[in-house]
Design a protein around this ligand. Structure first.
Ligand code: ZN
Length: 516
């Protein structure tokens, strides 16, 4: 549509803002990968300056004026002119720009400054408190952050729960009302499934995976898998960092990281696959939408669905290892040369309740998330006091996983999220797992002989299916709409639970009767 050209001045404005944001992202990536430690304080200021410039340009009267020709700024309703002259995708574009603008301009800059300062302080104190295993050190800072986040919900507005306002930042459209029944279905079935596994007489030989594996060989194996997944190295890099992550400066310049522990076969490899899933999403966004919401991932939950799909549904599957285990045997002949396939496959899928979320297996992982979701919901809705968190945490761990943290470092102090105010973030991990199962089920129906191909090392049909069905759309559809478009269904925990019950029933030799 020719008239969409009239959006050009708005797009140009957004593009310059995006350049600032991406320059800042390059600095952050460098900080986590190559920057010498002495560069820290100067880098923090450089990043803060770029972010402030981007924020100010975005909420400027100029942006408001350009946006205001298409949308009623106070309500977000598209104007007649937008409804009659713009293509559907451009209408979606305007709505998403408004969403960001509205969010950014609802928070007074004095409040944003206070929040940022307090969070940065809280994060430093958290690091110290975690090291010293001293929750009381962190308590006053956490109390301040919670108070500020409650203030933020007042600025942002909500209809049911203040938690909805926070959740919406990470997973647009998601609500407590939607999450509660999901958690209500997941929790008892996961707890029961875990009991079945623990009662099984089958005991995986996990020592296979904690032999010594040479650093360089691990990296090379991880890179081989990434290439097979279709991650393009002329449009992306793989580097190392303390905590694996993915970032992107453009669909043609994506960065993933991993880390290597010599005594751990899984960490480097599964970080490569997990971050590779995120990386494929970023490489699959369309360059022509760069700088606009249509060129951005739709939500954290959908992003996580891509990483989990590759990491678990593919990377921990029998077909995947049919192809890659012989390769692993040739790279690590001393470690795996005499190992039987089934022995390896069971080890790579072993289930063991553990205290630390980031080390959790596929089954117990969501129980860790539930502990966090329930606690932060109670905090934000005012049913739990900050000072009671260690006790509440430990009780929930005992109730759901059957283990109690030996110290707060391995309990309430383990995650960084709350220290920087990311309340409402945790549920996106579980949503990601649920979406991943729905997408993978659909892919199996639509791609002929998908798993036979995977067993031959042919991962590209899946990558291309995800490109077409999910990646290329950016933020054109809400997460809810996207899931319905791809699968024809609404979000449901059933595909995920069925997948787990079958997989682990098979591995640990038990069967769970379908509920009547
Ligand atoms: Zn992830």
């Amino acid at each position: 549509m020719g008239s969409d050209a009239s959006l050009d001045s708005l797009k140009t404005k957004l593009l310059t803002i995006h350049h600032l944001k991406n320059a800042s992202a390059v600095l952050s990536w460098d900080q986590e990968t190559y920057m010498p430690s002495g560069g820290g304080p100067a880098r923090a200021e450089q990043i803060a300056t770029l972010q402030t410039l981007a924020h100010e340009a975005f909420i400027s009267p100029e942006t408001e004026k350009l946006l205001g020709t298409w949308v009623d700024i106070p309500t977000g309703q598209l104007l007649e002119k937008a409804r009659t002259t713009l293509a559907k995708s451009s209408q979606a574009l305007i709505k998403e720009i408004w969403r960001d603008f509205n969010h950014a301009s609802k928070l007074p800059s004095a409040f944003v400054n206070t929040l940022e300062r307090e969070c940065s302080l809280a994060q430093q104190v958290w690091t110290e408190a975690r090291k010293k295993n001293d929750f009381s050190l962190f308590l006053p800072n956490l109390r301040t952050v919670v108070t500020l986040k409650l203030e933020e919900t007042q600025y942002l507005g909500y209809s049911d729960s203040p938690y909805d306002a926070l959740l919406d930042e990470f997973e647009p459209g998601s609500t407590v009302e939607q999450l509660k029944p999901l958690v209500g279905t997941l929790r008892p079935r996961l707890v029961s499934l875990l009991q079945h596994v623990l009662n099984s007489s089958i005991k995986p030989k996990t020592s296979l995976l904690t032999q010594s594996f040479a650093h360089a060989a691990q990296l090379e194996f991880g890179e081989t898998v990434l290439r097979k997944m279709g991650y393009e190295f002329d449009r992306g890099r793989l580097d190392q960092s303390a905590h694996p992550f993915t970032t992107s400066f453009h669909p043609n310049d994506v960065r993933v990281t991993t880390r290597v522990f010599e005594q751990d076969f899984q960490s480097c490899l599964f970080s490569c696959i997990h971050e590779g899933g995120h990386g494929l999403y970023e490489q699959g966004l369309l360059p022509e939408h760069y700088g606009t919401p249509l060129g951005e991932a739709v939500s954290l939950g959908i992003h996580e669905s891509q990483s989990r799909l590759w990491e678990n549904a593919v990377g921990r599957s029998r077909p995947f290892w049919k192809h890659f285990f012989p390769l692993a045997q040739s790279v690590f002949p001393e470690q795996f040369g005499n190992t039987a396939f089934d022995e390896f496959y069971l080890a790579i899928n072993h289930v063991q309740p553990s205290l630390v979320r980031v080390e959790a297996d596929e089954l117990t992982y969501n129980l860790h998330i539930m502990v966090r979701f329930e606690i932060e919901l109670d905090l934000i809705e005012g049913r739990t006091r900050v000072e009671d968190l260690p006790e509440v945490w430990n009780q929930k761990m005992q109730d759901y996983l059957g283990i109690t943290p030996d110290r707060n470092t391995n309990g309430v102090l383990q995650d960084v999220h709350w220290s920087f105010g990311a309340f409402g973030y945790f549920p996106t991990y579980t949503l990601g797992n649920l979406y991943a199962s729905m997408f993978y089920e659909q892919a199996k129906q639509e791609i002929p002989n998908l798993e036979r191909g995977i067993a031959e090392g042919n991962l590209l049909p899946l990558k291309e299916w995800l490109n077409q069905k999910i990646h290329r759309w950016g933020r054109q559809y809400s997460p809810e709409e996207l899931v319905r478009r791809v699968t024809g269904q609404d979000l449901s925990p059933e595909p995920f639970l069925n997948y787990l019950e079958h997989k682990f029933g098979d591995l640990y030799d038990f069967s769970i009767k379908p509920e009547t």
